[in-house]
Design a protein around this ligand. Structure first.
Ligand code: ZN
Length: 193
């Protein structure tokens, strides 16, 4: 059931999981109304924001890039499902695991580990959802360039997020959170690959 909840979590904002007949589960979906800007943007542009970020290191802060490694990039999701939602992507524009090398896959899993370390030090989550979506029907907003979601969770966060749903607050907190994660990374030599 945990995995089904993640599927619901990564569906585009506002949609309800029609497969969920259990009301108790449905009520626990994270509510992220600011994602409407992201959903509207999807139809307006076919650009790959991950490749855009990769090609513009001078804009790393603006683009919320946390780490660059030999084969991967780690960014804060601008349209997060929860505070600290990170995306880990290969540096190559590839759609899935079949196109990845073993080295890329190993590095990305290590980056999941390092992301959890950094987030734990910075914002002390009680748990995490970690997952991947393949294909738009599965909720992938950028199906051409696959990425791993790392979503921190806190007890009771499904109630908390509906209160703090203002886009400006989210945007400001993203910049501050990026700084905090970078500081924690410097102090703890993260990511250690
Ligand atoms: Zn790309």
């Amino acid at each position: 059931m945990k995995f089904n909840k993640l599927g619901a979590l990564c569906k585009l904002g506002g949609e309800r999981n029609q497969d969920m007949s259990d009301d108790r589960l449905e009520n626990k979906n994270l509510w992220a109304p600011w994602r409407i800007k992201y959903i509207q943007g999807l139809s307006e542009s076919a650009d790959c924001f991950i490749c855009h970020n990769l090609k513009n290191p001078q804009d790393d802060d603006k683009n919320l890039v946390l780490w660059r490694t030999d084969r991967s990039i780690v960014v804060l999701n601008r349209f997060p499902y929860n505070n600290g939602h990170l995306l880990i992507a290969p540096a190559r524009h590839i759609p899935g695991l079949s196109e990845s090398t073993s080295e890329e896959l190993l590095e990305m899993i290590k980056l999941v580990r390092e992301s959890q370390k950094a987030l734990s030090l910075a914002i002390k989550p009680h748990g995490f959802n970690v997952g991947m979506n393949f294909g738009r029907c599965a909720g992938a907003g950028l199906p051409e360039h696959f990425h791993i979601h790392v979503v921190p969770r806190w007890d009771g966060d499904t109630n908390f997020m509906s209160v703090c749903s203002d886009t400006d607050i989210i945007s400001q907190s993203l910049t501050e959170l990026l700084e905090l994660l970078k500081q924690v990374s410097r102090e703890n030599n993260l990511p250690a690959l």
